[in-house]
Design a protein around this ligand. Structure first.
Ligand code: PHE
Length: 361
């Protein structure tokens, strides 16, 4: 049924298809494929050229030829669409390969760590429980009477000023130290008594490198027959060497607290300046020696206060000062953590920088 003309048209179509496939496989992006589309399927493209052959056919064969060409065009359009999807996928993959190395190890996950202040509290508690002490906790809102009166702090003492302490009512204060727990514990137990009290304390201090308005202390108290200052010194030096290692430099400095007599301040050598009181500041203009911010230039950091429990305190809780004696101390936990980790600004503890505790763990 086919004529020479029809054969020729089909041959043209076959050669066109072969060239089309060549061109498609050489096109590496969407633009090149569009050029192929225009060259073959466009209004003045190769297919239009073949279509012109229809007019040369005998009229009865023309519809058949038209159908063959239309089917061929449909097939070519399908191939073009598939090729377009292929190059677009390839382009996407290439762009991902440029930016993402899927074999690169990810950043380590933040696992969290115990806060350095709590770590100190735990370690202090371990040391004292090993020596037979009990750990007790008390309220942060305290009566004015427990926080001051029972501790032999007279009504005209500056700590009782609203400017120095946070009062909730004239008779209720955010405890300014953990010492009121000496009073609560002795009223409840003993003598003899041996306790430590970790917890929060509050003072109206302006925040700087060494002060926060809320900080942590641990109180220690031991009362019984024949307890003397040597026991205090032995337990505190033991605690500080347990925390900092056997070569820690510890200093007892005569001091005053209304609730102890005699009293001593306990200091450790400053971590930031190694006890010299000065640090080197370096910037673009050179280097200069400036006073150490961490210790205020003294070379030592006050870890806390201590002393022999004042007879008036023993009396206020119903103990007989002629029968028993005792020692007490109160240490700042932040100060200990600073010395331990060489942190020279106390504000780091409450800034919650990501990774802060993990970095010290
Ligand atoms: N309570 C005192 C303070 O906060 C510390 C201290 C406790 C001193 C026990 C002596 C005895 O500074």
């Amino acid at each position: 049924m086919t004529t020479t003309g029809m054969n020729e048209l089909e041959a043209n179509l076959a050669s066109l298809t072969a060239r089309f496939r060549d061109a498609v496989s050489n096109a590496s992006d969407a633009r090149a494929l569009d050029d192929v589309r225009v060259a073959f399927l466009g209004r003045s493209g190769a297919v239009t050229e073949v279509r012109k052959g229809i007019g040369k056919l005998p009229p009865p064969e023309r519809p058949g030829a038209g159908k063959v060409i239309n089917e061929a065009v449909q097939a070519l359009e399908g191939e073009l669409t598939a090729a377009l999807a292929r190059v677009e996928r390839a382009a996407l993959n290439a762009s991902l390969e440029d930016t993402i190395d899927v074999t690169f190890p990810g950043p380590p996950a933040n696992t969290g760590a115990i806060h350095p202040v709590r770590r100190v509290a735990i370690d202090v508690a371990r040391y004292f429980t090993r020596h037979g002490f009990a750990v007790v906790l008390g309220p942060e809102i305290e009566t004015d009477a427990n926080n001051f009166d029972a501790l032999n702090i007279p009504p005209d003492h500056p700590a009782r000023e609203g400017l120095d302490s946070f009062y909730l009512r004239p008779d209720l204060v955010l405890r300014t130290h953990t010492s009121p727990m000496q009073v609560r514990s002795m009223r409840k137990h003993g003598p003899p008594i041996a306790i430590i009290v970790p917890g929060k304390a509050y003072r109206r201090d302006a925040i700087d490198a060494r002060h926060l308005y809320m900080f942590h202390q641990v109180e220690g108290l031991m009362v019984g027959r024949g307890i003397h200052f040597g026991h205090l010194k032995g337990m505190l030096v033991g605690m500080l060497r347990d925390l900092f290692g056997p070569s820690a430099d510890v200093r007892f400095r005569p001091s005053f607290f209304p609730f102890t007599e005699p009293s001593a301040e306990v200091d450790v050598k400053c971590p930031a300046c190694a006890g010299t009181g000065v640090v080197q500041l370096r910037d673009a203009n050179g280097s200069a020696e400036v006073q150490c911010r961490t210790c205020g230039g003294s070379g030592w950091i006050e870890i806390g206060g201590s002393g022999m429990v004042h007879p008036n305190v023993l009396r206020s809780v119903g103990y007989d000062p002629d029968a028993v004696t005792g020692w007490a101390f109160g240490c700042g936990l932040e100060r200990i953590a600073m010395k331990r980790h060489d942190i020279n600004d106390i504000r780091a503890f409450i800034e919650n920088a990501p990774g802060f505790a993990e970095g010290l763990a």
